[in-house]
Ligand binder design. Sequence first.
Ligand SMILES: *Cc1c(COP(=O)(O)O)cnc(C)c1O
Length: 290
Amino acid sequence: MKLQDISLPSPIHSVRYKDYTWDMKRDDLIHPYISGNKWRKLKYILQDAQQQNKNHLVSFGGAYSNHLVALAYAGYLYQVQTTAFVRGDEMLQNDQLDFCKRHQMRIIQVSREAYRDKETLYQKHYSNDPLTYYVDEGGMNLHALPGCAEILDEFTETYDHIFLACGTGTTFAGIVNACQAKNISTHVHGVVVLKTSKDIFLTTQSIFQNINRNYPHYTLHDNYHCGGYAKKNESLLQAINLFHEQNPGLQVEPVYTGKVLLALIDLMDRQLLSPSSKILMIHTGGIFPK
Ligand SMILES: *Cc1c(COP(=O)(O)O)cnc(C)c1O
């Protein structure tokens, strides 16, 4: 495996917001393109594919998918072929897709309708191809969990609370599992960026079957999505702006990490979270370099 481009362990920096301070795990610094949790998720997926002698990873996403950017670059680094089914009814063209194509990812655009049944799409194109490996949207895969769990091995102290964004919930599941396995009582807060957390449990059922639902140390916060996936509102944008002013050189974006920021400061403002507890926010990346 060629690992020289991946920078681990990622640093932990102290950040500020108004009078609050907490730690931030800078997974956004792991790699400019295989950023944040995307490397954590892909690491053992790539290994599993390799062990099964598969040389072609096939995945799915929207036109701005951080996962597809990461997959394209990882495929390019490890000399594995990549293909993506990209959802969209209109002509799709943007920096992310251009980047994917430049790194030899084959893009197959499909309608939103067809996209809904990813398994069928895959079967239609690849049922007779023994060399392809299926990677679900967002890198959701059982083999993604151990890589996400490894974040905990990089901590130098035990936190009272960990906050992170939940898209498919895969990263969250990996971390909750790891806390449980290590028998530490860190409370893990998943900030759901989609409209309902039910979506998460539906789309990631197989992943969540691995979580003990009676485990008392996790919370899914489903009231900070600001209207749904990639939706924004004034308080979100204000929080991000102030955070940028107070933490030069650090960037959060409104789709994932900005919503985690919003949850954290709201819980502290409402004194549901003590600012004196040891808090860590995971910066899961998501900033496409200009
Ligand atoms: C993909 C992504 C997530 C979502 O991770 P899941 O494991 O799907 O919950 C969170 N943050 C950023 C920046 C992402 O790109």
